[in-house]
Write a protein that binds this ligand. Structure first.
Ligand SMILES: [Zn+2]
Length: 389
């Protein structure tokens, strides 16, 4: 046999050994199933936390947006009221300007008249021209006319002064309205700036919110994947626990309630909501406390049999015991605080096998109890009802 043939033979033997080992020792896969489940559960916890934090963030951003919208509405109302005031001020201003123009025209007209009269008076005082003299019938009439003209001139002067005062008063009013208008326009500018600023802020909030929503959507997609993986890992683990080779025939007899001190079922067998999604609960949870958690209540074997698992886990079932009752009928006791038996021990029905705890995937001290008849999990409640405290 040459060197090459020896190597080939060795490899063939190694391959046969590995394949054979895999086939005849299903327990090799056990560690994988448990660690797959642990890993999936951890990932599920993480993604659930992330989604929860994203939802909190989203609510906060929505509240901010609502607040900004309220502010924008307020500014809009203020601007609208201001526009009305500006419109009114403009009407008033136009009216004042119209009055002022009218007054100016009146003054001009009166002034022209006054000048004409002054001219006439001047002509008469200085002896007048022939036409002026001829314009009156007699000398006495001329004197009277002169006298009248003098009186008229005084009245005209007074009238002009009065009109000028009126004009000044209108001008003052106009200036006051203009000032008010300027103030309103300035205020309008400030508000418009504020509105633009708020609109920018709103845009920023909108983009932040859509960013969070996109993240949430992605996280939800991840959650769906992770949850499917979790369910598969859980099913694989449960199936593996069920597929243990049972030794001997079923011991028979009645099953008994496993926690003699407590009779409260905190979560029944069957479908329930876990992590916000449907989950099949393949056992019952028996709690030992409410408000104050009570640990270390004894757990007893529901029936006689051989301990096939006494696991000190930190996830999933935590610390748990599996008893084989023969005929592929098993019981499982999960989340224990401490175990009182070892693998291979034969236990009598009613014998203490562990103490209630909250190890693994648990939120408070309770026993997760399963009965598997011929490998299939069934609702233990009716089977142990007669001994329930
Ligand atoms: Zn449970």
């Amino acid at each position: 046999m040459n060197k090459r043939k020896i190597i080939t033979a060795c490899l063939a033997f190694a391959m046969a050994f590995i394949m054979g080992f895999g086939l005849i020792h299903p327990l090799v896969a056990s560690a994988n199933a448990q660690s797959d489940f642990n890993d999936a559960q951890q990932k599920l916890d993480e993604i659930n936390k992330e989604i929860s934090s994203l939802r909190t963030k989203k609510s906060k951003q929505q509240a901010e947006k609502k607040n900004a919208q309220t502010q924008i509405n307020l500014v809009k109302t203020q601007i609208s009221a201001l526009n009305k005031e500006i419109e009114e001020a403009n009407v008033q201003l136009a009216e004042k300007q119209r009055q002022l123009e009218q007054k100016k025209a009146d003054i001009l007209w009166t002034d022209e008249l006054f000048k004409e009269r002054l001219k006439a008076m001047y002509i008469m005082r200085s002896g007048g021209t022939l036409s002026t003299v001829l314009a009156v019938d007699s000398f006495s009439e001329l004197l009277t006319a002169t006298d009248t003209l003098q009186r008229i001139s005084v009245a005209d002067t007074q009238l002009l002064k009065y009109m000028d005062d009126e004009k000044k008063a209108i001008e003052a009013e106009e200036a006051a309205i203009q000032e008010e208008l300027n103030a309103l326009v300035e205020k309008q500018g400030t508000l418009e700036n504020k509105q633009a600023e708020l609109a920018g802020y709103m845009q920023k909030l909108d983009s932040q919110l859509s960013e969070t929503a996109a993240k949430e959507k992605a996280a939800q997609e991840t959650q769906t994947e992770v949850y499917a993986r979790y369910q598969a890992a859980k099913a694989a683990l449960e199936a593996e626990l069920a597929n243990q080779n049972s030794s001997g025939d079923y011991v028979g007899g009645e099953w008994i309630w496993p926690v003699p001190s407590n009779g409260h079922i905190s979560s029944p067998f069957g479908w329930r909501t876990l992590y916000g999604v449907a989950d099949n609960h393949i056992g019952i949870d028996i709690s030992t406390g409410s408000g104050t958690w009570i640990y270390n209540k004894p757990i007893v074997a529901s029936n006689s049999g051989v301990v096939t698992k006494a696991v000190y886990g930190t996830t999933g079932y935590g610390r748990y015991v599996v008893i084989d009752h023969g005929g592929n009928n098993l019981t499982l006791y999960g989340h224990c605080n401490s175990l009182a038996v070892n693998v291979g021990d034969y236990v009598q029905q009613g014998q203490i096998i562990a103490y209630v705890g909250s190890t693994g995937n648990s939120t408070g001290p309770h026993l997760h109890f399963e009965i598997r008849l011929n490998g299939t999990p069934v609702d233990p409640a009716p089977l142990v009802a007669s001994t329930r405290p």
